[in-house]
Design a protein around this ligand. Sequence first.
Ligand SMILES: [Zn+2]
Ligand SMILES: [Zn+2]
Length: 124
Amino acid sequence: MERRATCSCGQLTVRCAADPISVSLCHCLACQKRTGSTYGIAAFFARDQVHASGQERRYTRPSDSGCDITFRFCPNCGSTVLWEPSRKPETIAVAVGAFADPAFPPPSKVVYEQHRHPWVEMTI
Ligand SMILES: [Zn+2]
Ligand SMILES: [Zn+2]
C-alpha cells in the first residue's frame, strides 16, 4: 500500500511504496525538542521504498549510541519529514504525523520511557 507524507506547507513530499517495517514511539528529550510535542513517532521503511521530492535541508546530530542521525526538513515551513539513522543505513524513518492518517499502523515499540511525561498514558 502506497502512503504519502508531507511537511506542513506541503512542498516536501515523501512517497512510501510499502508498509513500514516497524513503528517506534520515542519519549527521548531530543524527539521532544524536534517535534515540540512530548514524544515522537517514527515509521521505519526499507530505504528503496521511500522517495522524497521537493526542497529540503538537512541537520545531522549524534544519537545517544554515537551514530549520527540526519534529519531532512522543509526549508519553508520547518517540518522534519524524514530522517536517516546511520546505524541502520538500509532504513529511513518517516515522521508518522506527517502522514496525517489516523489509520496509520500503531507503534510496535516504545523507547526512552524514562523521559515519558507522567500524564502520557500508554496503551501499547
Ligand atoms: Zn514545508
Ligand atoms: Zn527520540
